[in-house]
Write a protein that binds this ligand. Structure first.
Ligand code: NAD
Length: 481
């Protein structure tokens, strides 16, 4: 089904090909009823400019817990991870040396089901960041109402800097060190930055050697190993659904909504592809090496081809170069605008965490930020931007499409039955859009920011599970006054 959007700069209508192969159009959903609101809670505590990653994630949790009146003993339980493991991974390099990498697995809460969370391979992955990401998974799985808790893993490594044989050794070594924590009904891993379907296949194989065939211990696997149709593109697809519903509720025309995307890996590239199909001109994209800009909208298929050929978006023919993003170290004065400062309507950070922070929040021009990456906006920047009226859709809603399809993959592995792509995509749309509508409605009813509302939904369900398990004080999970 075609819609009325046109290719920017022409009047050629473009058909939305979003839900292949079902051809279900993005335009057919009725507008959601509740628009994001400018919240009234912005004068609550001003967050610190220098929070650690886990303190930052906990700031939002504590705001929600306070709003709900959660008992301080329960708050204490949920502020800290349930379990964390630090492992050393020795690897024999091709030139005869022994290199040792550090890895982590953090399980934040299993109140609602098996721990669930990706594994990040990045030189700067540290325990505090993994802790923050694990907690965000607890709230995210709760918001989209799937029977999982929250976890995260990380290995301090640049996966592009070592030969594939060594990367496989690191992956297997990491898995063997954390395998006793994993299990189809205990803890289920997935890809994140620097890991992919191949990494998951190695993990599944290493686990299977010790415990027998168990495809459900990882999601994001290759289709040939029990993966799900639609998982690779699920996070970007979900991001574009969230953008679509946000624009609908704000009465904005996608064809007149200019989008800038930081990061062009799995999440950034699929977000760009689907948003272009929705009709949005993508005016800027960046990656680790730099950025590109075209005020009339970039040709996304051509950018994808260019990246496949060269490994980066930089030097894309016909596009203007953008300087690499610089998060700065002073109060905004030394900050190079890069992609984050581009004149656009929707800014989508889809790379690292904390890229919009106390030093550079002033350069953001976009009135809407959709958090495709995990914790890309620090609490201080969130506070300032929200106060000035910027609508921010938080990571725990905006990128939840990935964990939703991971849940479908896990379900299929348990059922030993494969769903069609059409079924995956329609369930993804139903569950993600329902969860987002629920969060927007709460934000509207309570007069709070979308992020605060999302945390309230997530925290309330986790507390209910703790209550049912008997893990709250005798006088209940909430203050009586
Ligand atoms: P990826 O490794 O596939 O891609 C990361 C991209 O970010 C690359 O294009 C890289 O060049 C770019 N990048 C890195 N540093 C940058 C910088 N300083 N400036 C600009 N670009 C930079 O990773 P991904 O899977 O796409 O994940 C991206 C983000 O989305 C992460 O925060 C991740 O936690 C989050 N996320 C991913 C998934 C998923 O399913 N993969 C699900 C939920 C959330």
């Amino acid at each position: 089904m075609a819609n009325e959007n046109t290719v920017p700069g022409s009047d050629v209508p473009i058909a939305i090909r979003f839900a292949e192969p079902s051809q279900e159009s993005l335009a057919v959903r009725p507008p959601a009823e509740t628009p994001p609101v400018v919240p009234t809670d912005v004068d609550a505590d001003v967050p610190s400019k220098t929070f650690s990653s886990s303190d930052g994630a906990n700031f939002f949790f504590l705001q929600a817990a306070r709003h709900l009146g959660v008992n301080s003993e329960v708050v204490e339980l949920l502020k800290n991870p349930w379990r964390e493991l630090h492992v050393e991974i020795p690897v024999h390099t091709e030139d005869g040396h022994l290199r040792v990498y550090s890895g982590f697995r953090v399980q934040h809460s299993g109140a609602r089901g098996p721990y669930k969370g990706g594994v990040r391979f990045h030189p700067l992955a540290d325990l505090d960041e993994v802790r923050a990401l694990a907690a965000l998974m607890t709230w995210k799985t709760s918001i989209v109402d799937i029977p999982f808790g929250g976890a995260k893993g990380g290995v301090q490594i640049d996966p592009r800097s070592i030969p594939t044989s060594e990367l496989q050794q690191v992956t297997r070594g990491y898995l063997e060190n954390i395998a006793h924590l994993l299990g189809v009904y205990r803890d289920v891993a997935a890809p994140d930055m620097g890991t992919d379907a191949q990494t998951m296949a190695w993990m599944m194989d290493a686990y299977g050697k010790r415990y027998g065939y168990a495809p459900g211990i990882v999601t994001g696997k290759p289709i040939a190993m029990g993966g799900s149709y639609g998982r690779t593109e699920a996070t970007g697809r979900g991001v574009s659904l969230v953008v679509r519903d946000t624009l609908e509720t704000m009465g904005r025309d996608p064809a007149k909504t200019r989008v800038a995307i930081q990061g062009f890996g799995n999440v950034g590239s699929y977000s760009a592809k689907y948003l272009r199909e929705l009709g949005c001109p993508i005016v800027a994209i960046s990656d680790l090496r730099g950025g590109i800009h075209d005020a009339d909208g970039l040709d996304i298929d051509a950018v994808i081809e260019h990246v496949a050929r060269t490994g980066s978006v930089v030097e894309m023919p016909g596009a203007d170069p953008l300087p690499a993003d610089d998060t700065g170290d002073t109060d905004g004065t030394q900050v190079s605008p890069g992609l984050l400062g581009v004149d656009c309507d929707v800014l989508i950070p889809a790379a690292l965490g904390e890229v919009i922070n106390a030093s550079n929040w002033q350069i953001v021009q976009a009135p809407i930020i959709i958090e495709a990456a995990n914790h890309p906006v620090t609490p201080y920047a969130d506070y300032q931007l929200t106060k000035q009226g910027t609508v921010i859709v938080p990571d725990i809603v905006a990128n939840a499409g990935g964990v939703l399809v991971s849940y479908f993959e896990w379900t299929q592995n348990i059922q030993q039955h494969r769903w069609s792509l059409e079924q995956v995509n329609s369930e993804l749309e139903r569950m993600l859009c329902d969860a987002y509508t629920n969060v927007r409605k709460l934000a509207h009813d309570e007069g709070v920011a979308v992020r605060t509302a999302a945390f309230i939904v997530g925290v309330e369900r986790v507390v209910e599970a703790l209550e049912l398990r008997g893990l709250v004080p005798a006088n209940g999970a909430y203050h009586k006054d």
